[in-house]
Design a protein around this ligand. Structure first.
Ligand code: SAH
Length: 458
């Protein structure tokens, strides 16, 4: 992050704008919304600027810029129509440690003004560090539609209600949870349109229920890694969590979405290394929820697939702690998507098994007879180390050696790698591909031929 986004208090400060033409006018349109004293210097100014001066909205000094104009000002905009002069002003301001913005000269700027969605006092600023002004505009257009005009009014009303809530709930964490509950509704855009009276009623209703605010645990599916594959419900839970208890395979991109003030507890288990046991994880969940905290138990993929969810649910329910579950996209679904393969196909493949390569006893035994039948299909989790075992068992039970197998490592992540092989070559090709990350073995799934290729094959 080269640029630090800050909201600068403009009360009692003077902002100097050198230039009175179109470039200056564009900057002034935003600056006029602030409380700063604005001084414009130029021999001539455009009609809009003249009008603002006449209306007393800014001070207009009609002469050439002089070095002493920088005295006593807090910010400078070098916005004349003369690039050379703008760089000269920028240099002089920088030498005097006064933050300066030079029109159309990014390198000379000490600060840049972001694209702004203005619902004062709610302001959303969007900056791309100069990489893509068009993207900033597109984001702005998107946010403009999502933040209704009532957003500012809503924020002001909230401020008034905060004191009321504070009087009843002296504890900051309680209040944060309370407000997270108020804003945790399904449709924020609709909520922002709430009239001040309705918002007051909503807050009062919540206050009456406040004794019921108790700890809970939400088992949240973090999906295969790409944060775009997270559900909206999962995002909302991550934003509202007091505690986030997370696994090894939860990606950094998903972790970024957690509430910043939450407590983060890592309980990852690395295969083949001593790591935290399941009973200790259960204990952490019970202890944190018993303190009245809202706990997110974040698991890769879907929490109900090879996630030991039952053990956690049992432990929590045994002591009466409520449990909620937010499903996620499981790795097999992401792996199939990566190769454009349908996990089931009408007519030819009516079932797919989700298997684990390992269980508590070692390599996991399965119903090999049915899996080995022609057309048998399976997605194997935790199967990389068990590849030779699986190959041996399937072939022993009669599976064809040329049955296709596709291995998808790091599905949905930037480092996704796909290896197409067959049962015959599975262990060797896994070794040759150097697969180290999490991977799914898609047994019976081949590289998809495009429709065109299929025609050629016929
Ligand atoms: N609950 C998870 C599975 C946890 S078991 C889910 O629903 O996806 C861990 C195994 O999941 C890994 O050993 C690997 O086989 C698989 N896995 C998890 N994330 C993966 C990813 N991004 N790509 C491929 N396989 C993944």
């Amino acid at each position: 992050m080269q640029y630090l986004p800050i909201h600068f208090d403009t009360r009692g400060v003077t902002i100097l704008v050198v230039g009175g033409g179109p470039a200056a006018e564009a900057k002034l349109r935003t600056l006029l919304k602030t409380e700063a004293h604005l001084r414009v210097i130029d021999t001539e100014v455009g009609p809009e600027v003249a009008r603002w001066a006449e209306a007393g909205k800014l001070e207009c000094v009609k002469r050439d810029y002089e070095a002493s104009d920088l005295d006593g000002v807090s910010l400078v905009y070098a916005a004349t129509e003369d690039d050379l002069l703008n760089s000269e002003i920028a240099e002089a301001a920088t030498a005097r440690q006064i933050p300066v913005n030079a029109a159309d000269q990014k390198d000379a700027c000490r600060f840049i003004t972001p694209a702004l969605v203005d619902r004062a006092p709610v302001l959303v600023s969007i900056g791309t560090e100069g990489t893509s002004p068009a993207l900033a505009r597109a984001l702005k257009a998107d946010l403009e539609t999502r933040l209704p005009p009532e957003t500012g009014r809503f924020a002001i009303k909230t401020k008034a209600l905060r004191d009321k809530v504070k009087a009843i709930m002296p504890d900051l964490a309680d209040r944060q949870r309370f407000w997270a509950g108020i804003f945790g509704g399904k449709d924020l855009t609709a909520q922002l349109r709430t009239s001040p009276e309705d918002l007051t009623a909503q807050v009062e209703n919540h206050l009456q229920d406040k004794d019921e605010i108790a700890g809970k645990v939400i088992l949240v599916g973090a999906g295969p890694g790409d944060p775009d594959m997270l559900t909206t419900a999962a995002r909302r839970a991550l934003h509202a969590a007091d505690v986030i208890v997370y696994d090894r395979l939860v990606s950094d991109g998903v972790m970024e979405l957690g509430r910043r003030e939450a407590e983060y507890i890592y309980v990852g288990k690395t295969p083949g290394e001593p790591s935290i046991g399941q009973p200790s994880i259960n204990d952490i969940l019970v202890a944190k929820a018993s303190e009245g905290l809202s706990v997110v138990r974040l698991k890769s993929g879907d929490p109900l697939i090879f996630g030991r969810a039952d053990e956690e649910i049992d432990a929590l329910q045994a002591v009466g702690i409520p449990v909620e579950i937010i499903p996620g996209i499981t790795a097999a679904a992401a792996a199939a998507a990566a190769i454009n393969a349908s996990l089931t196909t009408r007519g030819t493949n009516k079932a797919v098994s989700l298997l684990t390569g390992h269980d508590a006893k070692g390599f996991a035994e399965q119903d090999w007879v049915s899996l080995a039948r022609p057309g048998g299909r399976a997605a194997v989790y935790m199967g990389v180390g068990a590849a030779r075992f699986i190959q041996g068992r399937l072939m022993l039970h009669g599976a064809e050696a040329d049955r296709p197998v596709t291995v998808v490592e790091n599905a949905s992540r930037p480092n996704q790698i796909i290896t197409y092989t067959t049962l015959r070559n599975l262990p060797e090709d896994i070794a040759a591909a150097g697969i180290k990350g999490p991977a799914i073995l898609l047994i019976g799934y081949a590289e998809r031929m495009s429709v065109k290729d299929e025609r050629l094959a016929i």
